[in-house]
Design a protein around this ligand. Sequence first.
Ligand SMILES: *Cc1c(COP(=O)(O)O)cnc(C)c1O
Length: 406
Amino acid sequence: MSEAKPGGNEADPRSHLGLRPVVNVSGTMTSLGASTVGAQVIEAVTPILSQFVEIDDLQRKASAAIARHCGAEAGCVTACASSGITLAIAGTMTGADFARIERLPDTTGMKNEVVIQLGHLVNYGAPIDQAIRLSGAKVVPVGTATRAEAYQLAGAITANTAAALYVVSHHAVNYGQIPLGDFIRECKAKNVPVIVDGAAEYDLKGFMAAGADIAVHSAHKFLGGLTAGIVAGRRDLVRAAYLQNYGIGRGMKVGKEGIVGAMAALAAWDKRDHKAAHAEQDGHLRLWQESLANMPGIAATIEPDPTGNPVNRLKVQVDPAKAGVAAWDLADALSAGDPPVIVRDDEIDLGYFQLDPTCLHPGEEKIVAQRLLAECQRARAKPAAKPSSPADRQKRRLARLSRWPD
Ligand SMILES: *Cc1c(COP(=O)(O)O)cnc(C)c1O
């Protein structure tokens, strides 16, 4: 039946399930299964699956581990970062009051406003304002899409403000926003706790060090844990977030395996040879850049991560007139081929995609280079008669989703 291929072989469960052996140069995307899980984490998680544990005690151990790794007073593991945001915000409204915890999402009698810069109202697969509203809180936007000022933040804070949310992400508008330090200072002066969504940020201690009250991370992005979220911060606020498990958090619960997985991922993170990993990843970028070097209409440049994570990516800018294909159609061709190569396409409307080197299995970088070259050559040989538009592509995506499960 299927032939053994690099990056996919007889032991590859995807072939048994009838799933495509995707090669991920997009990043740790939920739509692609988030992260691959490293051997150390798998070893830690497997034995707990066949045991009962007292979850509050397991989360107590997780709290100590998170506190240590994040420079925080306490921590807890959640189903994911998105639920971590919801539960942390819920905690700022309820404190440790069980009557209030059970009343949510009805916020009667509680402060219930969450201030957030308009440029931070991102979509990471779902809109972040919904993660706020799920708790029952009300979103109070600060500033305009591309500009927010400290005085606007101060003016938006009222006696009814429960929390302030700050997003550190490539998804957020990365200019014209209030710097984190100023944001924290303004909120502290008014006694408003600051929650930082740093789901995909490598620096686990920086937000605490900057004075944030809560920092939220994904366990299944760079950390390589099972799907889970990490909430770190002030003891009373982490406690209040954790106690939501006896309320709205029940519908977002993390299992024992996710908790142990997050703890193991934190431990493994400390032991990883980060320097060697980055050197290898940069080697992949140079390989792809060289493969595309003489391709008309393609400009490939190595770019640093926009929020300062220690990751570089290859930006592949496509000039349709010369390349014979538009960036979004090239991305689709790469995804439709064999094996499917899934590129990072958040900014594809601007005529480029990115290649993220962090999620590859050994040898897959060569497959990516071959597929890039083959698709570019194919487009040159047979230029697209009628270019599509990124809006058409998005419509096709939504139409496909609307038919699920077909
Ligand atoms: C990925 C991401 C999230 C959601 O993280 P999950 O753990 O997948 O829920 C939230 N915020 C930002 C900025 C992200 O990048």
